[in-house]
Every structure is written in structure tokens, then in C-alpha cells.
Write a protein that binds this ligand. Sequence first.
Ligand SMILES: Nc1ncnc2c1ncn2[C@@H]1O[C@H](COP(=O)(O)OP(=O)(O)OP(=O)(O)O)[C@@H](O)[C@H]1O
Ligand SMILES: [Mg+2]
Length: 188
Amino acid sequence: MKRIVAIYPGSFDPPTNGHLDLIERGANIFDELIVAILRNPEKHPLFSLAERKLMLESMTADFPNVRVETFDGLTVDYALTVKATAILRGIRAISDYEYELQMALMNRKMHPELETVFMMPAERYSYLSSRLVREVAQLGGSIQGLVPPMVEQRLKEKLDPAIKLRNARSPRTGKNASKYEKRTGKRK
Ligand SMILES: Nc1ncnc2c1ncn2[C@@H]1O[C@H](COP(=O)(O)OP(=O)(O)OP(=O)(O)O)[C@@H](O)[C@H]1O
Ligand SMILES: [Mg+2]
């Protein structure tokens, strides 16, 4: 029987629960789903490619038919190299539709045999974008529930490097922690 491989391309800067929702839906209908992070030298991402890959790998560890890769150049060319026959994209609102339709038709013009499949996330994620998450986090707002806890932590560390330094120097329950720290979770 023919195995259907799909790619899910995007910048995932950072990956959100909306992306995860779509990955879950995609993993349910495709035999194999490749989450493909676009290497875009023109954009100045908040997270490096390696950081985004690690976050997505940890988020998708429980899906045996999902893997995470990076690519550059045309999405359609990448799809062909990994023998994908479908491109998965998410539609949140009408505003996504125009752009996505344009891209899907252009991709079809280049490679007619490649099908773009659109999926809608759960309503609770339908307003969620990486850009909004970056903006809210940068301004100190809460992004709890919008991204997995591990991404939330990474965002905090990225935006306040002092937190990372403190955590590295003070393993609160580790053997280097003082009695006071172990008892209170605080440093003297
Ligand atoms: N909350 C969401 N629900 C459904 N699809 C989504 C959601 N967020 C992103 N997507 C889809 O995932 C794909 C990759 O998106 P991308 O990496 O550009 O994320 P983004 O949230 O749109 O990021 P940015 O805000 O930086 O553009 C696109 O098809 C996009 O429509
Ligand atoms: Mg986008």
C-alpha cells in the first residue's frame, strides 16, 4: 500500500500549542509527517534553528510517525527530496486564507502532483501565532497555555538571560545547594 508522507513547513519561532494541535491532526491522517523548519537567512529569528528543532523534537517525542527537519529553498523542492506528496498548512482565520491560497496555487503550478492540505486548529488556538507569542512575552505578558511549558521556560530564559544564569549556578536541590536553599528553594 502507498504510504503518504506530508511535510508541515513553517518558521516555528517559537513553536506554539497551535502548531502542536496541527501536528497532532496531521499525524492522525498521514503515514509520516515531517515538521520542516525553514532556514531563512533574511529573517532574524528569536530562536536559532537548533533551538527550534530541539523544542519541536521534545514536543513531538510521543508521535512515532513525526520527525523534525530543517530545509532551505523552495518548499516544493524540499517536499520532492523527502518524497512527500502533501504539504500541510494551518488556516486560522480568513486572513490566513488569501495568502495560503496564493502559495498553494503557486506551489501547484510548480509541482501539480503535490497536494496542499489545510487544517483548522481547535477554536482555542485560532488566534494564536508565533508573532503574538513573541510580542506578548517580550512585553512581560503571560503566555501560559499558549505554548508548552518547556517553550514558556525557554522564552523566559531568552528574554531574561539572568534567569538562565541563576538556574545554572544554583541547582536548588542539587548537591551544591546549601541547606538553606534545599529547605526554602531560595538562595541566601
Ligand atoms: N494557531 C495555529 N493554528 C493553526 N495553524 C497555525 C497556527 N499557528 C500557525 N499555524 C500554521 O502553521 C504553519 C507555519 O506557521 P508559522 O511558522 O509561520 O507560524 P506563525 O504562528 O504564523 O508564525 P509568525 O507569526 O511568525 O508568522 C502555517 O501554515 C500557519 O498557518
Ligand atoms: Mg506565519
